[in-house]
Design a binder for this molecule. Structure first.
Ligand code: CP
Ligand code: NVA
Length: 303
């Protein structure tokens, strides 16, 4: 079954092939010539957390490929509340051809995949966000023309987005540097997973002014992710020195690009002038979510 859970089971070649397909599909789409290869296919989408990009990019992408998507929010699906997870999954698989799940505990994604007779795509869990990572590689490749040997410096929380990006970068020969305050760096289990499944170049440079010196890409994300809202005040204090702003960019190379997975908390992890400035690729980055995921859907549905 072609599940897409955490990218750990993918190799660099597979990822590069996906990016090539995404580029081809993107070009065709921009010319109004996207082939309806998913005609008659239905994507089920179960989202326990809010979403703009993931939801719309999957729904629009599915429609452009000739298929359809059905969206269920957490309350409607009632994961483990209205009925058990295995019952939901087995029922959904009677109706749809693939499922995107956005949830809290990552175990829900692996459990979904365990019970599913159709491909399951992780649309974000507390631990990973692999759809974001493939879209981001597409953006980096468009910006630089290559991936191997590039350095991405993630300034911020060692969260779901950071973990998936670290994996994706490692698989395609990019160096990933995390610059985070104490208490928000990569957890030991993740570092062990990375060593077993990726073995790329992963470094942590705690001082952001030193870290960004080596960056081709500076990447950031919110300091408090969905589900961590009650920690916001404390996190604002701990992350204060980790804002991506004009002062920090003085330490970076001229060719650096700024990325953000969005949604942004402007004035916290990133300032308006940087987000809206000439180095930022955050909005084409959002657009590439759809193009990468279209290639992913074609792969998952094996058409
Ligand atoms: N980047 C991202 O996944 O955005 P949404 O939460 O809006 O889907
Ligand atoms: N780390 C963020 C990413 C949102 C796309 C979150 O989980 O809320």
């Amino acid at each position: 079954m072609r599940h897409f859970i955490d990218l750990l089971d993918w190799d660099g070649e597979q990822i590069l092939k996906l990016l090539k397909d995404a580029t081809r599909i993107k070009k065709a789409t921009l010319k109004g010539k996207c082939k309806p290869v998913l005609n008659g296919k239905i994507l089920g989408m179960v989202f326990e957390k809010p979403s703009l990009r993931t939801r719309v990019s999957f729904q629009a992408g599915m429609a452009q490929l000739g298929g359809q998507a059905i969206f269920l929010n957490g309350t409607d699906a009632g994961l483990g509340k209205r009925e058990s997870l295995p019952d939901i999954v087995r029922t959904l698989c009677e109706f749809v051809d693939a499922i995107v799940l956005r949830t809290f505990q990552h175990d829900n994604v692996t459990e979904f995949a365990r019970w599913a007779s159709k491909p399951v795509i992780n649309g974000l869990s507390d631990y990973y966000h692999p759809c974001q990572a493939i879209g981001d590689l597409l953006t980096i490749r468009e910006a630089f023309g290559d991936l191997e040997g590039r350095t991405l410096v993630f300034v911020g929380d060692g969260n779901n987005v950071a973990r998936s990006l670290a994996i994706a970068c490692g698989k395609v020969g990019m160096r990933f540097v995390l610059s985070a305050p104490e208490g928000y760096r990569f957890d030991q289990p993740f570092l062990e997973i990375y060593q077993t499944h990726v073995r790329g170049q992963l470094d942590e440079i705690h001082d952001p002014t030193k870290a960004v010196k080596e960056a081709d890409i500076i990447y950031t994300d919110v300091w408090a992710s969905m589900g961590q809202e009650s920690e916001t005040k404390e996190r604002l204090k701990h992350f204060a020195k980790y804002q991506v702003n004009a002062e920090l960019l003085k330490h970076a190379m001229d060719h650096v690009k700024i990325m953000h997975c969005l949604p942004a908390h402007r004035g916290e992890e990133i300032t308006d002038d940087v987000m809206d400035g000439p180095l930022s690729v955050a909005f084409p980055q959002a657009g590439n979510r759809m193009h990468a995921q279209k290639a992913l859907l074609v792969w998952a549905l094996d058409v």
